[in-house]
Write a protein that binds this ligand. Structure first.
Ligand code: NI
Ligand code: MN
Length: 227
């Protein structure tokens, strides 16, 4: 059993009977965030890239929960400099954690912590997380790419979390093609309707999904249980 909760934008909580993890916890400053970062209790914090709408509250959550930040090497080292405990990984690598297995995939995007100056945080990634007997693919921020077919061939993806907001990532049309490439059983759209620039019709996206792939639109704070 795996419970998947969308907290808005690209932030998801995954939990089974024993563990809870969060991916891309952008909650402070997120106009649609469904939870205060102080309320979140997790065993690990996964971050796809260094942009503020993904790194978000990762460091304070990791410190408070004494949970490691799992991220691409350069981004993990950045988080370590901010005082967090880290588990650095990189694209193509997988690791077995107490909560499950994490494998990093490519994502075609940028990655820097952009404050007064941009700080290099390596390559962005997506995550394949196997936990509670389910495999979830969080694509991160990315455009459509052909190797999604390979990811789909090599993994049985129970749920794909795909950006549909366009402009910075795939839009709905490309995300629908991605769902087919990934052979995902189920899709939940993300990275849309956070800001006006990212407004999309999620129901129309669900209707466009290929045969054999079912889609679910979650509202921020809503959950889906896979078993
Ligand atoms: Ni980004
Ligand atoms: Mn983003």
């Amino acid at each position: 059993m795996l419970k998947v909760t969308w907290l808005g934008h690209a932030c998801f909580v995954l939990e089974d009977e024993a563990h809870r993890i969060v991916i891309d916890p952008f909650l402070s400053g997120n106009p649609v965030a469904a939870m205060k970062p102080e309320k979140l209790q997790v065993d690990a914090v996964l971050v796809t890239h260094g942009h503020g709408d993904h790194l978000g509250d990762a460091v304070p959550i990791a410190k408070r929960c004494q949970a490691p930040i799992i991220a691409p090497f350069e981004l993990a080292k950045y988080c370590e400099r901010q005082g967090a405990t880290i588990h650095p990984m990189h694209i193509g690598g997988s690791h077995q954690f107490p909560f499950g297995t994490v494998k990093l995939t490519i994502a075609h995007h940028g990655s820097a912590m952009v404050g007064d100056q941009a700080e290099y945080t390596g390559n962005p990634c997506g995550f394949l997380v196997t936990m509670g007997g389910q495999t979830v693919f969080h694509a991160g921020d990315t455009g459509l790419f052909g190797d999604m077919k390979l990811i789909g061939e090599l993994n049985e993806i129970d749920l794909a979390l795909l950006p549909i907001g366009d402009n910075f990532t795939m839009g709905p049309k490309d995300a629908s093609i991605a769902a087919g490439f990934l052979r995902a059983r189920r899709v939940v759209p993300m990275h849309y309707n956070t800001f006006e620039l990212l407004n999309q019709d999620a129901e129309a996206f669900i209707d466009s999904l290929p045969d054999g792939c079912s889609g679910t639109v979650l509202a921020p704070g809503e959950s889906l249980t896979l078993d």
